[in-house]
Design a protein around this ligand. Sequence first.
Ligand code: R5P
Length: 288
Amino acid sequence: MIIVLGASSTRLENRVADILGCRTVQVERKVYADGESYIRFADDVRGEELTIIQSCSPPQDKSLVEILFMASTAKELGAERVALVMPYFAYSREDMRFLAGEAVGANIVIKLLESVGVDSLTTFDIHNEETMKVFSIEARNLSAMPLIGEYFSRMSLVDPLVMTPDDGRPERAGTVARELGADWTYFEKKRDYVTGKVTTYEKEVSAKGRDVVVVDDIISTGTTIANCVVSLKRQGARDVHVACTHPLLVDGAPCRLFEAGSKSIVGTDSIESPYSVISLAEIIASHI
Ligand code: R5P
């Protein structure tokens, strides 16, 4: 197996390659002045089994085009098999037609990946597990939640409580809570599909004097989790830590979260950020 260090090579891919000690292929990458992408395999990949590791991190469309170019080119150059590890699955939240006429982005990404010859896909904490059923190729969805739980178990949290910001995947809180020997619950929220505004319903939880960890798949603008932090602080929580697998952290999210009262922001290196303190490298290395 040869690991293809993604066109926008990050620390995660290099860590996986170091752990496995296997051969790597670097892909040359350029972006032309007008914004178009260029990639080139400098090494011969004929007959090889390749694993491309590249997250679909911002700018998502550019990352996706690079992934499509790499997979397609590898096959055209005679690669035997192309496995893709794409820790962050961009467009996974567009998993259905919420309003008439909308594009179902998640399904379109799957069609594109399959059409360029990707033979298998590995991702992490995809927004909706149901999306995995759309794949015709081998596809698996791993979770960073046990690692997030382990991370917090090394801190001396006081009477910890774990929460998710909505009832979409409350079991994520359950997984983190198991590592901490803590209990867990969830808030409920509503998103206005036209304005995008998120409303979190007031819910009494037994947070008084306790340290709370709020976990989600994605923190984008931070608005969803900030709503939870405000409610938890109002209810007397001691420290509130926020955590996610995919720290997109756009539009001033860290400020929003700290101003709401978060004690810390914890994410994985699915997307590189100053808050990516947990690495997915070991899990990826053990699965490929
Ligand atoms: C959506 O339901 C996701 O699970 C996240 O809760 C959402 O993407 C977070 O977005 P934001 O940080 O912008 O509120």
